[in-house]
Design a protein around this ligand. Sequence first.
Ligand SMILES: *[C@@H]1O[C@H](CO)[C@@H](O)[C@H](O)[C@H]1NC(C)=O
Ligand SMILES: *[C@@H]1O[C@H](CO)[C@@H](O)[C@H](O)[C@H]1NC(C)=O
Ligand SMILES: *[C@@H]1O[C@H](CO)[C@@H](O)[C@H](O)[C@H]1NC(C)=O
Ligand SMILES: *[C@@H]1O[C@H](CO)[C@@H](O)[C@H](O)[C@H]1NC(C)=O
Ligand SMILES: *[C@@H]1O[C@H](CO)[C@@H](O)[C@H](O)[C@H]1NC(C)=O
Ligand SMILES: *[C@@H]1O[C@H](CO)[C@@H](O)[C@H](O)[C@H]1NC(C)=O
Ligand SMILES: *[C@@H]1O[C@H](CO)[C@@H](O)[C@H](O)[C@H]1NC(C)=O
Ligand SMILES: *[C@@H]1O[C@H](CO)[C@@H](O)[C@H](O)[C@H]1NC(C)=O
Ligand SMILES: *[C@@H]1O[C@H](CO)[C@@H](O)[C@H](O)[C@H]1NC(C)=O
Ligand SMILES: *[C@@H]1O[C@H](CO)[C@@H](O)[C@H](O)[C@H]1NC(C)=O
Length: 657
Amino acid sequence: MHLPVLSLLLSSVGLASAQYTVYQPQQQVIFGGNTNSSIQGLTTASAAYDPTLLQAPTPPDPPVPTNQFVQLYSGGMDDLSMPLSGAFFGFSIEMSIATRVLGKNSSLLQVPFLNLMANIKERVGWVQVRVGGNTQESAELVQSLPNGITLAKDLSSAFNPTGTPPLAYTPDLLYLMGNISSLTNTRWYLGVPFFNNTPYSLGIVQQGQQILGDNLIAFQAGNEPDLYAQPPRTHRPPGYGPFDYMGDIGMLVGQVANNSLIPKKNNLFVVPSISATVWTPEEVWNTGIVGTYSSSLYGLAVERYLSNNCAARYGIGTAINPQDVFPSYLTHNSSVNLVSSYVNSSQFAMASNKPMLMFETNTASCSGFPGISDSFGAALWSLDWAFMMAFRNFSTALFHVGGQNAYYNPFTPPPTNQSAFRQWTIGPVYYSALVMAEALGPSNASRVLDITQNLLTPIYVIYENGTPTKLAFFNFVTDPSGANDYTATFAVGGGSTGLPGATPSTVKVKYLSAPSVSVKGNFSWGGQTFGNNFESDGRLRGAPVIQTVNCNTQANTCQVKVPAPSFALVFLSDVALMAVSSATLTFPTTVVTRTRNTVYIDPSLLANSNGDYGFQNKKGRTSLSSDARPLRQASSGSFAHACIVAVLFQFLTYLPW
Ligand SMILES: *[C@@H]1O[C@H](CO)[C@@H](O)[C@H](O)[C@H]1NC(C)=O
Ligand SMILES: *[C@@H]1O[C@H](CO)[C@@H](O)[C@H](O)[C@H]1NC(C)=O
Ligand SMILES: *[C@@H]1O[C@H](CO)[C@@H](O)[C@H](O)[C@H]1NC(C)=O
Ligand SMILES: *[C@@H]1O[C@H](CO)[C@@H](O)[C@H](O)[C@H]1NC(C)=O
Ligand SMILES: *[C@@H]1O[C@H](CO)[C@@H](O)[C@H](O)[C@H]1NC(C)=O
Ligand SMILES: *[C@@H]1O[C@H](CO)[C@@H](O)[C@H](O)[C@H]1NC(C)=O
Ligand SMILES: *[C@@H]1O[C@H](CO)[C@@H](O)[C@H](O)[C@H]1NC(C)=O
Ligand SMILES: *[C@@H]1O[C@H](CO)[C@@H](O)[C@H](O)[C@H]1NC(C)=O
Ligand SMILES: *[C@@H]1O[C@H](CO)[C@@H](O)[C@H](O)[C@H]1NC(C)=O
Ligand SMILES: *[C@@H]1O[C@H](CO)[C@@H](O)[C@H](O)[C@H]1NC(C)=O
């Protein structure tokens, strides 16, 4: 453990790793007392829009090797990962913000969220999303709530050591998820509220299955149970250990078996989702829990953040200066070291015939770091971390969405009282999700191998059915001089390998790029972007840019340039590129129902609509909310734009090159 932050993490054990989310005050966006009409003219105290810019680490001296040669072999290579799903990279959404992110209720879905999921579906066929986190643990499914709302936070009784308020929600949240599934093929993980086990509140296990059917993947049983008895938490008595947790799982399985209302299904639960700061995974496996409850278990999970920002956010532990730790994110060593404590566990999971899941991860717990978690560096880090987990036989990695108070969100809806005139903010981690979807593709056959030669320039290869189909090249360095750009030269078979040369004559390359690892927003993936803060409806904008590289057919080599900083995904065949470039429209949308506060769509309009034609015939409400009106003069340009987007939500297009 080379990072200074990790020793701090251990010194504040029980506090450092958990994803704390403190919910009040909800709305922190304030106007800066400045009449500047642009979005940049607003100052904001929300972490999600924090303007902190760090300095990119100084370039290494000597520079990274400017020529790197990669030899690939037809048929396969040693140490490839198991075959992986293209939906590997998914999302974890804190339960308390579910209605902010997914939609107000089952008849008002958030259009940007639909688009964000549809982007992934277009590439790999489906998406996996977990709704849960700390707030699931005392959440309660109730049949109705006052005023017909879908989810409520009981702020009056919010006092508890983590500031996590009890939550109540109605079955409409499950219908909302079901409607999202039917439009975007999103499949879900939910959680059993685990704090009270006498008895467990099993309504979600019953109705979650009944309402979501096959779109429900599994239920998490316990979120970071290794922290339950860590002061100041008192969710279990002091000394609560892995065997006690196994006992809790036994009770859960027994109560479910005894409950005649619950549909009976094998492989339903995810365990143990430990933070691994108090218990090691092996301590849990060694209880025998997996063998004992095998038929009840879907998969084995852990949760892990690289570092934590608990001191700055909540005064817990020792302060970490983001600028000091920024370089620790911009090296392959980060993911090599982070995955090392789970390699044995993923082997155990494979031997137990269960998938290994990273159920919740991101740059840093306690909201992330300003300037790191929302920077281009975080896109490169999360992508390297995802490839590393894939290489080490995790089957899924869910990146957390924490809401307005988090720096690391893959995507953030605007604050409630600004949602009539602002759009969503797409963070670096969502770009990584898209890239990973394209890297793995829809075949379920992609196997990943780490072939890195230099820690600042990770390299992976993806094989499908014995054939290398893609190469992934990173450059973590920021150096506008060009001295740290490198040229990757690769060959497939041929030459000294004694195998027939199979180097393609041309390859296609897409870049993930930004001018520096420290910049925020407006990142480019294959020439397209989701823009800056408050600018996205969830669709990529701009013309795709896909480079064609002609290879050297004499030498049987191809050369790809990897600027500092950037990530390059090389498609070794047009088939590989086409597989993730479908121009198929995921669903033809027509009209957005614009309610008082935000841009929503009624799924029944989608169900009955027929592309442009449907748009002609179905008009959503477009009346403006009164709270938006004062901004009309102040920001007429972006306001008008927001109205157009709200009314004229168009096709989900992903144009091929
Ligand atoms: C990479 O991590 C290992 C293990 O912690 C450490 O021994 C090594 O010094 C690190 N290398 C660099 C260049 O930081
Ligand atoms: C949103 O709410 C915050 C906090 O309540 C308030 O300061 C701000 O002025 C509101 N913004 C708008 C546009 O209403
Ligand atoms: C508004 O702010 C932006 C960004 O800070 C700046 O470029 C622009 O000049 C400002 N406009 C006015 C009218 O002050
Ligand atoms: C991952 O799984 C593959 C088998 O599918 C195996 O060959 C490889 O050794 C495993 N990797 C690790 C690190 O266990
Ligand atoms: C969703 O919310 C809208 C606006 O508050 C309301 O009119 C509608 O009835 C709600 N739908 C459901 C299914 O509760
Ligand atoms: C969508 O929501 C409605 C309730 O508003 C529900 O009747 C319907 O079953 C839902 N569809 C799916 C696929 O869950
Ligand atoms: C399940 O029901 C049986 C028979 O009524 C009872 O003995 C057992 O204690 C129950 N188990 C749980 C976990 O409630
Ligand atoms: C790997 O995990 C197994 C199962 O928990 C355990 O028995 C073994 O000791 C672990 N090996 C290492 C090196 O940690
Ligand atoms: C990949 O797996 C998904 C989910 O298990 C399945 O729906 C899909 O049909 C599979 N695709 C291929 C090409 O096998
Ligand atoms: C966004 O990035 C593009 C290059 O990809 C650049 O041309 C444009 O000026 C940037 N826009 C903003 C607002 O930063």
